[in-house]
Design a protein around this ligand. Structure first.
Ligand code: SF4
Ligand code: SF4
Length: 58
């Protein structure tokens, strides 16, 4: 799965690019987060993040 770091500024761009709808605002974290059970590792979200906050994770 891909993961979002604390560099996220909650612009929301990544959520629109995800074909699985796996990205959403996480109010408890104060930033966007990826649902690892839904992510298919396509990488689309990482390419569009202005902060480079998205990368392949565990
Ligand atoms: Fe956060 Fe990047 Fe997604 Fe914007 S595109 S919400 S900065 S992870
Ligand atoms: Fe969605 Fe693809 Fe990013 Fe996973 S890697 S969160 S499926 S856009």
């Amino acid at each position: 799965m891909y993961v979002i770091s604390d560099s996220c500024i909650s612009c929301g761009a990544c959520a629109d690019t995800c074909p699985m709808g796996a990205i959403a605002m996480d109010d408890s974290l104060g930033r966007y987060a990826i649902d690892g059970n839904t992510c298919i590792d396509c990488g689309s979200c990482a390419d569009g993040c202005p902060m480079g906050a998205i990368a392949p994770g565990e």
